[in-house]
Design a protein around this ligand. Structure first.
Ligand code: NAD
Ligand code: ZN
Ligand code: ZN
Length: 379
């Protein structure tokens, strides 16, 4: 089969690989129908994720049709259309029983930190991903959600990651009604966090980014106010001023680590270069939020970014919450939001490519050009 694989920092290509096979009675093999590129894939592309091996197939946001089923699979049959959560979870461990599928103990036994994730390096188990013609799905009775017959793949594709992640970002901000919310990052995750903040009853929602077309998109898609941090000087002071000198109730980090040499890093200029591993955007969240406020982190971090201004957070009495998204628990609820027209998830797709053109799609998405918000591949 054809698959998009890692070739070293800033390099990916489409190559031939053996078709995946059933390796366990609870596996299914999916023929992939749609596969998206995520901001998390850019961390891989930029060589920021430890133990990313040459030849590893990327892709953790996909829909597909069941092609083959293991002997212990009871919920799926050949021909079923499914959308698959990016975290691989066993369904039966201490954490899975509590809905905390991102903390599954069994899907990546080599780590006591990270659960199994499709196409996300050997740090998360080395499972090949879904930017390919076929993919092996372990614990197939647990994760995959059947796609209703009257819905297209693209309508539900983002249930596998970025929609639940954005939603969880707002939920961790404890938005109950009337809160002021600033979302850093107007990418796919950020705009879904903004939509979710409104659904939870936020009183005011502001997007911060440096890529103007993304801010314009957020304004249209999520009906938010926008701040281009390159144009306002001291963005923390600017945000405090916007919210009565105190700052917003909630800051959401939908950015995470940014590679040196990545577009937004270049756009930000040397003055904002990461120093001693301190992540710029997380410091902004902690500095800008009002005392006693909530900081919600869905942006992905890893070494050498494992540094944060904990003293400021402590003295301001902040609540910090962060998680890899427990995708499965949000899927049914968010499917309902999509069906009933409250979230038009498909509307964030700006670019569609065949699998063969995936490397071009990666660079377009990474470089934040041509109005790109989200790329979807059709194998
Ligand atoms: P993306 O790269 O498309 O978007 C990130 C946006 O942040 C870009 O528009 C960029 O210009 C902007 N940005 C960069 N530096 C900034 C700064 N200092 N302040 C404000 N904006 C800034 O990525 P995405 O797909 O939207 O994903 C966002 C983050 O969420 C990534 O770190 C990704 O790994 C993470 N993520 C986490 C989970 C999870 O389970 N927690 C799931 C999916 C994605
Ligand atoms: Zn993702
Ligand atoms: Zn488990």
């Amino acid at each position: 089969m054809r698959a998009l694989t890692y070739q070293g920092p800033f390099r990916v290509r489409v190559e031939n690989k053996p078709d995946p096979r059933l390796e366990h009675p609870q596996d299914v093999i999916l023929r992939v129908t749609k596969s998206a590129i995520c901001g998390s894939d850019l961390h891989l592309l930029h060589g920021l994720v430890p133990d990313t091996r040459v030849g590893h197939t990327f892709g953790h946001e996909f829909t597909g049709v069941v092609e083959e089923t293991g002997t212990e699979v009871s919920q799926l049959r050949k021909g079923d259309r499914v959308v698959v959560p990016f975290n691989i979870s066993c369904g039966g461990c201490f954490y899975c029983e509590r809905g905390l599928t991102a903390l599954c103990e069994n899907s990546n036994p080599s780590s006591d930190v990270a659960c199994g994730v499709y196409g996300y390096s050997h740090t998360t188990g080395g499972y090949d991903g879904g930017q390919a013609e076929y993919v092996r799905v372990p614990y197939a009775d647990v994760g995959p959600l059947k796609i209703p017959d009257d819905m297209e793949d693209e309508e539900v594709l983002f249930l596998g990651d970025i929609l639940p992640t954005g939603y969880m970002g707002a939920e961790m901000g404890e938005i109950k009604g009337g809160e002021t919310v600033v979302v850093f990052g107007a990418g796919p995750v950020g705009v879904f966090a903004m939509r979710s903040a409104w659904l939870m009853g936020a009183g005011r929602v502001v997007a911060v980014d440096c890529v103007q077309y993304r801010l314009d998109f957020a304004e249209r898609f999520a009906k938010v106010e926008t701040v281009n941090f390159q144009e306002v000087g001291d963005v923390v002071a600017y945000l405090k001023e916007m919210f009565e000198g105190r700052g917003p109730d909630v800051c959401i980090d939908a950015v995470g680590m940014e590679a040196e040499g990545s577009t937004s890093h270049r756009v930000m200029g040397l003055g904002l270069k990461l120093e001693a591993g301190a992540p710029t955007v997380l410091s902004w969240c902690i500095d800008a939020v009002r005392k006693g406020g909530n900081v919600s982190i869905v942006g992905v971090y890893g070494p050498p970014w494992n540094v944060m201004p904990i003293g400021t957070a402590m003295n301001k009495g902040l609540t910090l919450r962060m998680n890899q998204c427990n995708v499965r628990r949000y899927m049914p609820h968010l499917l309902k939001h999509i069906r009933e027209g409250r979230i038009d998830a498909k509307a964030i797709i700006t670019h569609r490519f065949g699998l063969e053109d995936a490397p071009e799609a990666y660079h377009l998405f990474a470089q934040k050009r041509d109005g790109c918000v989200k790329c979807v591949l059709t194998p």
